[in-house]
Structures are given as C-alpha cells and as structure tokens.
Design a binder for this molecule. Sequence first.
Ligand code: WT7
Length: 646
Amino acid sequence: MAYEVPARVRENAATPIHDLDRYREHWSRAERDPDAFWLAVTKERIAWRKEPTQGLEGSFHTIADGPLSWFGDGELNVTESCLDRHLETQPDKVAILWEGDEPSDVRKITYRELHAEVCKAANALKELGLEKGERAIIYMGMVPEAAVAMLACARIGAIHSVVFGGFSAEALRDRVRDCEAEVVITQDWGLRGSKTIPLKNVVDEACQGEAKVKKVLVVKRTGDEVGWTEGRDVWWHDAVDSASPEHAAEIVPAEHPLFVLYTSGSTGRPKGVVHTSGGYITYTSYTHATVFDLRPDDVYACVADVGWITGHSYIVYGPLANGATTLMFESIPTYPDAGRYWDMVARHGISIFYTAPTAIRVLAAQGEEPVKKHDRSTLRVLGTVGEPINPEAWEWYYDVVGEKGCNIVDTWWQTETGGIAISPIAPATPTKPGSATYPMPGIIPSLRTPEGQVLRGPSQGLLCIDHPWPGQARTVWGDHPRFVATYFNHVPGAYFTGDGCRRDEDGYYWVTGRVDDVLNVSGHRMGTAEFESAIVSVDACAEAAIVAYPHPVKGQGVYAYVVAREGKAIDKAELQAACRKEIGAHARIDRMQIVPGLPKTRSGKVMRRILRKIAEGRGDELGDTSTLADPGVVEAIREGAVTSDD
Ligand code: WT7
C-alpha cells in the first residue's frame, strides 16, 4: 500500500516535478539525452563564468583510463553560486540559521554577512600561505565558521577535507598525511549536549611531527585553555576579523577538486573520495530543490554534521546554491530534552526537516509527549538519510511528527554519489514506509546477480548504477586505481554501490543495506578492517573478526569475535580504548565473544557469512560448512554466542 502525497505538500509546488507523470517525463528525458538534460539544468541553476558546452566525457567502461568529466570546458567558482549572486536578489535573507548547544544561543547570518565573512576568511587563508590546489583539513564542531572555512577554501581554489570532530588524533593524523594538508582549521573546544570536546588538543596530538602542516587556524568557541605552538597556531579572530571583506573568487575549471572526504570501505584505510566543482554543485543544487520541493520562504533544517557528506551537500553547498535559509545545529537531539528538534521547529518555523533513522528511533522511544508539546504546523517535508529506515520508525515520523500531513522523503545516497540518488520527490511520489521509491532523473539503477547479470522486473540483487551523473565522486585522492578497483571491477561498465536492494512490482526500490564489510552504526559508516586492526593492536589479542548484527536503535551493532593469545586474558575495556584511540569516540564494540578460533576455509579466509549468522542469532541456519578447515570451531562459537547488550 502506498501513501498518497498529502494535500499540503502537493499544493503550490515549486519544482516542475509535481506529479508522477512529470517525474517519468523528466526521468526519461535524462535517460535519453543526459548531456542535454544536465547542460540545461546547470545553465539554469549555476552561475558559470564560462558556460560549458560539453556534457559528459568518458564512461564507466573507460574509467580505468582516468576520471570522468562533466561540463569540461566550463569555468566557475562554486562560491559565486552560493553567495555572490544572492547579494543582488536577497542580501538580507538569512543564509545560515545557527543554533548552538544551548537553545538560547542563536545566530542569524544573512547572505550579505556570510559573503563578507567568507571573503575575509579567504583573504586570511591566502595570507597564511594556502594556495590554489593545496589542502586544508577542517576539524571542527557545528559552528558557523566551519561552513565559512569550507567556502573560504573553495573561494581560493584550495581543497578542503572536513574530518568529523569525533575522530581520534590517530584517525586525524592519517587524513592529514594522506592528503598532505598545509593548513588545519579547528576550534579551541567543541560543545555538544553540555559536554566539551578538546578539538584543538586533538589537532596538536595529530600534527605532532607533521612538518607539512604550516598553520593551524583556531576559532575561539568556549575560551577554555588550549595548547599553543608559536609560529604555527593563529587565532581565527586575529587573522580573519581584520581581513578585507572583498575577495575576487578564483575561477577554476569545472573539474577542479572542491573537496576530499574520507570514508570507510570494506578493506584497508579510509579512502579520500574526491568531488569536483561544476558537476557537484549542479547535482546538489538540483536534488536539494527537487526532492524537498524547496520554496522561497522555506526554513530548511538538516541536523547532520558537516563532517559527513550529508552536511557538505545538504547543509552547505546545495542549500546555499539555492539561496535557502539553512540551519546549522551544534547540539544533540536529546539536549536539554527529547523535544529539542520540535522546539526548534516551533521557534524557527522550520518547514523542511532532514534527519537520520537512528535519531528518529531514539526519539520515538521517548514517546509522543515531547513532540506534541511543540507546534509543528510549519512542517511540510520530512527527510531521512543514512541507513534503511524500518517501517515502525517511518510510521512514527509520519504519524506523530508529521501528523499525516507531510511527505516523508527516504533519501538513499552515499558519500560517493555526492547527492541524493534514489528518493521520493516530495510533491510527486506516493510513499511506502521503508522504500526510497524511485531513482532521481539521471540515475539509472540496475539490480544484478553477483556475476553481474542484470535482473529485470521485481527482483533482489546488488544495487548498481549504469550511467554517470554529474554529482558522483571522480576518484580516490592519490589513488585512481583504488577508485576503479573499489567501484568498477565488480560489474564492468557499472558503478557498484556496495548495497543490496529489492525492487517490487511497482518498481519501488527497497535498499536493504551493505553487502560488503562496511558497518553502519547509527548512520556512521565504519570499516570492519579498521576495527579489527585496532583490536589486534592490543597485545592480548591474537585475531579478531568484526561483523554487524541488527540493533533496535543504532540500526546495526558491532559484534566482535576475539581470539586471545596463548595464556592471555582479554579485557573488553582495553579493546574499547583501542577502538576509541585508533578510530574515534563513535567506534564502540557492542558485543564481544572470546572464541577459541575463527572459522576459516582451508585457504585461510575467515568465513564471515557464518559469523554474521551467529551474531544475528541465526546460528541454526549456517548452511554448508564443509569447506571449513576446522568445523568444530563453529560449534564452540555457536554455543558461546552473546545475545544481549550490556
Ligand atoms: C551508505 C552510505 C548518504 C549520506 C549519509 C551516509 C546507507 C544511506 C540510506 C537510505 C538505506 C541508506 C547505504 C549506503 N544508506 N541512506 N535512505 N536507505 N540505506 O553516507 O556514510 O557514505 O553511507 O548508507 O548503505 O551505502 P555514507
């Protein structure tokens, strides 16, 4: 059964895609002639200095020869689309609506003010020696200066790499090294749910001995004490406040890298996914306006963090390119109480609200009272992203938060896709709880067998995308062969997402989650390999294997199978500390089982399928275990399986 689009969402739609016929027409047009479709979109939406005449160059078949290009002969600076052009039409509109950790701590920054701040910061970064094409790491909480820093880098043609403020010093150091950052931008302390986070001190630890880092620019947020390295460290207020508010944007080719964002995969260290300028800004602007049916008076709130792709695409670049009022939220959904989101909706008149299933489940567990207490009549579109949403959470969002008057847009996408790829379009698409519904125009999904065979009609398989789109990642920083091997070797000629997916009899897509060794815990993407390497760094551990199991709130929980070294005892707290140190505060083991050995094939490969089944509580459905080197080990693991969280 599908839910029809509520009348409030259908009326006065701003997107031309306001019903399913219109959707099909746009989707077909983009499929038949992608170049014509996207050139028209970009000319309409983006401020180019030199308008492109070229669409796509390259293909998924030739990707090993080098990155794809969109709008290759165009030139622009994305910040002119996000800032300068709005000065003529709406200088006094609020661009960034910032709500700090305390609900009373609110800042409203107009487009005029944001433009001036970005220009000042751009001049300051230039003054500090950051050049076009060089990298700056941004390690901050959700303060407006984080967005200003991103845009200032883009303004001078430098490449930013935002690292989520929960990552550890070691994880930060890996990223500083991998992208060879010249500058790190941070703040003294972060503030979340009344707790302070030592951002600058973590930067100090990460940058110890990293001679390549010339300057560390520090925003003062709490004023608490921090370490200071003379000659390297500079206060933001000293460098930026006195800089000139005028800056001529550096004009770059369409394919100039805009940012690198590190993300976890099934093997090895996190990859630096590279997004470029013209295609990315076109795709984020288009999808933001279309999916949410953005209207001029909307107050748009995405409560993600700029440390993840959601924050890049749908807090900063997409909304600002569209001249929207975009919220930046420093705190957490349960501070000071579980009504915080809805209190914000009431106080700011939020009309579009975008969050993650894990937050919805946390809040649903608190009951309806904290929601009902606040006026939510301004809401029109409710978005979700980051992991599959279970129908119960979906229904709660729809019934309790939206009072059946809002459309739910369950947006499926990834760091690599740059923007929303499969999702309802608010005024057009009837929804089904748990389904991301239909592909965006320009996205041609296919479901495949493990051998790459295309499945037709209702079916279940590996989710691939068969044709390039402007917003997709172009390469892995410094390692194009890794990009090709990760995404294009499974199915030659198609992009492999890493997700499994079902298509029903109405053509609706139901993404079921990762089919590779990537974990998704509370919407945080982590690699099993990263966990395993942290765990075996502990002396008492000989071997470890990590798998996910279904978790009622976090979506997935982390299940660790650990083999102790001869005569050594395993201390779970020590393993937790190792994960925290190597990955970050968001990396926690939920369940741990000490096992005598791991189930391996005769060639020594760990059989994760078996470990997954046992962790999921389905140890009686193991299927064929005859290829195991030592079948006895499975019996022992099955008997000792951990079935409750502590
Ligand atoms: C993975 C990508 C997209 C921004 C945040 C996450 C899962 C994401 C959905 C959804 C089912 C989803 C997928 C995907 N995912 N959105 N609506 N339904 N699964 O970006 O960290 O790159 O993670 O998140 O498994 O592959 P990311």
